[in-house]
Write a protein that binds this ligand. Sequence first.
Ligand code: G4P
Length: 529
Amino acid sequence: MSLIKEIQRRRTFGIISHPDAGKTTLTEKLLLFGGAIQEAGAVKSNKIKKGATSDFMEIERQRGISVATSVLAFEYNGIKINILDTPGHKDFAEDTFRTLTAVDSVIVVIDVAKGVEEQTEKLVEVCRMRNIPMIVFINKMDREGKDAFDLLDEIEQKLGLNVVPLSFPIGMGYEFKGIYNIWERNINLFSGDSRKDIEETIEISDLQSPELNTLVGNTAAETLREEIELVEGIYPAFNREDYLNGDLQPVFFGSALNNFGVRELLDCFIDIAPKPRPKQSEERIVNPNEDKFSGFVFKIHANMDPNHRDRLAFIKIVSGTFKRNTPYLHVRHNKKLKFSSPNAFFAEKKEIVDISYPGDIVGLHDTGNFKIGDTLTEGEAINYKGIPSFSPEHFRYINNADPLKSKQLYKGIDQLMDEGVAQLFTLELNGRKVIGTVGALQYEVIQYRLEHEYGAKCRYENLNVYKACWIDPNGSKPEEYNEFVRVKQRFLAKDKQEQLVFLADSPFSLQMTQQKYPSIKFHFTSEFN
Ligand code: G4P
């Protein structure tokens, strides 16, 4: 019984946005509501400061913050909320994609002036593909920005969403007077005072009431009446099932910096957002309320202290209860492991916990047993799906720059790849190692960390690859497949899972190869079974 109760009261989600839209500010205000932090400025932004990409201190600073903000948990009105951090920087997009496998819903933050930006598009697409329920928060209403209807159109068109506004702004920028909450049918007036915990809420059950004119003035009152009429005419009524299935996305307006419109968002969120949901494994669907524990690793963070090379593996609990000092099966290694000091997260602190429930994240100290996607269970051989690798954008040979340290180099590369920092490919022709990354920044991170954490030195050499395509031999004609492997050997490599990968050097050669060997399937993510 208590397991079911604990599941009911959990909400695990991620906030996604293009850098600078206000993710950190919003997170901070949410934590303030939960009483988890006392003052503004307590949540540190994990973003990479502009122009600091080759500053290693900056990378280390960012890593330090990212361990502290990996999970931010707090309680609000009896609900346990777990916010999973998602880096906004595009070079760390893969990290964010993986984190999205561990959330039950997301909040998308959009800057009212900038509208839909590049990273928003990419991240929302991933959520859409997985039918993750999304709520949109349009931020910075205290500034001049795009017209609300134009912006809603832009969101529908560029992000492919079906929006339904659950709140609506009264003016914007200098003229910003407040927000009409369609969900609760009341009005919040904007005072511009961010120190206020909660703005005064005025119930307006009837928009025609003259009280509205007194509150916001005749012109703004009239405009609001017209706009709400339009909203009700254009957009469908909110339907929770559609939202939960990923078919409808409620929209809120506000100003995170001014702590305005945030309470409305949070109250609605805890009402409608999904509790931990069943998860598909390769074997079967696993329900959170099953007695037996299961969970999977979605993130690994190396220790910041180079003298202690242990790591923290972040596990999302899918079913049952996770207990301290209990032996669990590491499915890939088929061996039992026990954890004496699992970490749970509360606001920015981590502490040892005895028991955790579905939806929660625990951090397990790891000396190299885990890699991303690993499953832990009470004995059943379950493998959770859905943590694919995407084709990297950059490819370089990695060479050993200190022959006396080759053991350290290979161990370092191996562990960094398990953490998901980048992908390793080994060429079929000569065994040379190629590192593939999403952004150029990762090469610096790898080089720096190999040297400081493993005492190894590396050098890179350019390699012209356009895309990595995973080759699926199933269903291909054997003679065609054999010819492909023979003729294209120069372009073939194995990834860390020993899957065959074709490293196409141009869009043209990829197209020609696909045409020449039509029975062979080329996949752009590593997970296609
Ligand atoms: P991010 O995590 O999505 O990258 O964004 P972050 O919260 O760091 O916000 C980016 C900038 O936008 C910050 O200003 C922040 O103060 C500002 N901001 C966030 N919400 C609002 C809002 O509702 N209204 C206005 N006017 N600004 C907002 P900054 O100058 O880059 O940083 P800081 O020096 O203020 O920290």
